[in-house]
Design a protein around this ligand. Structure first.
Ligand code: ZN
Length: 147
């Protein structure tokens, strides 16, 4: 099987059966994202323990790329802390925007998003969930616990 076909299968699978789909209540942070170019809308819900994301879910309506990207993202960031997520975000950004860069093998299933590089108009579909996650993390940073 060609790598391209494998990537396509990962996207199709995560679009058809999105992982961690639905609301998280109560959530420690929520953010909404909107990509008017395509009509993708989604909300990202987080549960945090200190700097670590212990649970993450998303819901919304969007194209196959935006849904699959959000599904893959939730699997990738669950259990990670803020700095690991920031580092992953940098890698994803590079994956989506640097046309000729080699695909980082450490990205695992997220590498499937590299197919989007061929279609610049779809980059926003794939990155929407990541920007929304960042917004949720920034919002939660303002929450101070006295425990
Ligand atoms: Zn889209």
């Amino acid at each position: 099987m060609e790598l391209k076909d494998l990537y396509r299968d990962v996207i199709l699978d995560h679009n058809r059966r999105p992982r961690n789909f639905g609301r998280l209540e109560p959530a420690d942070a929520v953010a909404e994202g909107n990509n008017p170019l395509c009509g993708d809308r989604l909300s990202v819900y987080l549960r945090l323990d200190g700097d670590r994301v212990t649970d993450v879910r998303f819901e919304g309506k969007g194209c196959a790329i935006s849904t699959a990207s959000a599904s893959l993202m939730t699997e990738a960031v669950k259990g990670k802390d803020r700095s690991a997520i920031a580092e992953l975000f940098e890698r994803i950004h590079a994956l989506l925007t640097q046309h000729d860069a080699p695909v980082d093998p450490e990205l695992g299933k997220l590498a499937a998003l590299s197919g989007v590089r061929e279609y610049p108009a779809r980059v926003k579909c794939a990155s929407l969930c990541w920007h929304t996650l960042n917004a949720a993390l920034e919002r939660s940073a303002a929450v101070v616990s006295t425990e």
